[in-house]
Design a protein around this ligand. Structure first.
Ligand code: ATP
Ligand code: MG
Length: 203
C-alpha cells in the first residue's frame, strides 16, 4: 500500500511520549507540509520508526531533545555517496540507487553517548550490542536494528548511521517515494510549520 510516513511518525511519537517524558526527553517532529507517499507495508514501516525512536529515547541523555526530521531526498545521491558527515562517522550502504529515484528520508537524532566507529558495521546484526551488560540492564534483546535492516531490505530502503562519541547519533532511513503523488492523504494539522517543533497531536 501507500504509506503517509509523517502520519505514522505522529502515531509512533504519540505512543512513546510517556516513555520519553519519564527521562525528561522531548520528542520533536520536523516535516514538510507535503511529501510523497512511500510504497510499503504500514505496520512494518511503523515498526522501523518505533525501533529507531525507542533507541533514541533509551540511549540519549536525560533532559535532551530527540528530533525526527522528514525530508525528500535524491536517491541517486544516497546510493552514490551517502550523506555528508560534517563531524561524525557513517556506516553506509553501498548498493546503488537508480538515478532519478526520489526518496523520503527519516532521520532520528539523539544526544546520547554515540557509537564508536568499530561497532558501526555490526550494529544491525541480530543480538549485537555495544555494551552487552549495560544494554541487558536497560532491557531489550538486541533485535531492534536487525529488524529495521530486514524491513528496509524488503522495501528497497537504506539506513545510514552517523555517530560521534560523546555527542550523539543520527539514524537515517531512506525509502523510495511512490510515483508522482506529492500530497499526503489528509491535510496536515495546524502548527506543522517548517522547522517547528510539534508538541500537540490531534490524533
Ligand atoms: P531491542 O531493540 O531489542 O530492545 P537494543 O536496543 O539493545 O534492544 P538494537 O535496537 O538492535 O538493540 O540496537 C543494538 C545496539 O546498538 C544497542 O544495544 C546499543 O548498544 C546500540 N544503539 C542502538 N541505537 C543507539 C543509539 N541511538 N545510541 C547509542 N547506541 C545505540
Ligand atoms: Mg532497540
Amino acid at each position: 500500500g501507500r504509506v503517509d510516513v509523517v502520519e505514522e511518525l505522529e502515531n509512533v511519537i504519540a505512543a512513546l511520549e510517556l516513555k520519553a517524558a519519564q527521562r525528561r526527553i522531548r520528542l520533536r517532529l520536523e516535516a514538510p507540509e507535503t511529501l510523497p507517499y512511500v510504497v510499503g507495508d504500514e505496520d512494518q514501516l511503523t515498526q522501523v520508526f518505533q525501533n529507531l525512536v525507542s533507541n533514541a529515547i533509551k540511549y540519549t541523555r536525560e533532559d535532551t531533545d530527540v528530533t525526527v526530521t522528514v525530508a525528500l531526498a535524491d536517491g541517486a545521491a544516497v546510493g552514490f555517496a551517502g550523506l555528508p558527515t560534517p563531524s561524525g562517522i557513517m556506516a553506509k550502504d553501498k548498493r546503488v540507487v537508480r538515478s532519478g529515484t526520489s526518496m523520503v528520508s527519516v532521520s532520528v537524532r539523539d544526544h546520547g553517548d554515540g557509537i564508536a566507529r568499530t561497532h558501526l558495521p555490526r550494529l544491525t546484526e541480530r543480538f549485537y550490542r555495544v555494551d552487552a551488560a549495560r544494554s541487558r540492564a536497560m532491557g531489550g534483546t538486541g533485535l531492534g536494528l536487525a529488524i529495521v535492516k530486514h524491513i528496509l531490505n524488503r522495501h528497497r530502503g537504506r539506513l545510514t548511521i552517523e555517530s560521534e562519541v560523546g555527542v550523539g547519533s543520527a539514524f537515517t532511513v531512506y525509502l523510495p517515494a511512490a510515483g508522482e503523488a506529492q500530497s499526503p492523504s489528509s491535510p496536515r494539522g495546524e502548527g506543522r510549520g517548517e522547522g517547528e517543533a510539534l508538541r500537540a497531536f490531534s490524533r
